[in-house]
Design a protein around this ligand. Sequence first.
Ligand code: PGA
Length: 240
Amino acid sequence: MKFIVCDNYEEISAEGAKIFAEQIKKKPNSILGLATGSTPVGMYQNLIQMVKEGTLSFKDCRSFNLDEYYPISPDNDQSYRYFMNTNLFNHIDMDISNTRVLNGLAEDAKAECVKYDEEIDAAGGIDIQVLGIGHNGHIAFNEPDEKLICGTHLTSLTESTINANARFFEKKEDVPTQSLTMGMASILKAKKIILLASGKGKHQAIAELLDDTITTSNPSTLLKLHPDTTIICDRDAYEG
Ligand code: PGA
């Protein structure tokens, strides 16, 4: 696990975008693993800028997103499909049919999850995965627990995550209590991973990445098992 400690959020965003752009230039038909949340927005803005300037093209890329609330309609402005369209896909030259987000309206959630892992495998696996991190160390919706589920699955949000996400909704009761999420094994199959973290609120979770232990009570520590993970964070997240 490698660390890049930046001075501020702008630097994190630029650094993340640089690594993503390098990957796409090296392999124009890269399979991208994408994330929602406030942290990757700056990185997406940098990538959009590169497309506008004509220095980067997503036209041959395909993408898979980490997670989606369940149940939720893709038209709902709090869905992760809506987030991705407005924060990235609508502004780049990627064919929208090549962007995949878990279907928050799937009648059979389990079948949707199995199909999702199969689709990623059939695409040849994710070349580069961007991750955020929860205050409690969650990755996607893999919340701290005694046991974690390997593959993509339906899960319940913890109180901590519901509280953290309530800021996007009118009231806390509106936050969906379940989600579909890639599992830690699905995520660890990505060939390259970058994790972005900003602010003191993330320090406790990040501090546990600095030692030589893994624990399911901080799912992000499992990333220590991955051969090519880079943590890009600011001093507040790194030092507290
Ligand atoms: P944030 O969320 O980027 O909005 O802090 C990260 C996460 O919960 O994974």
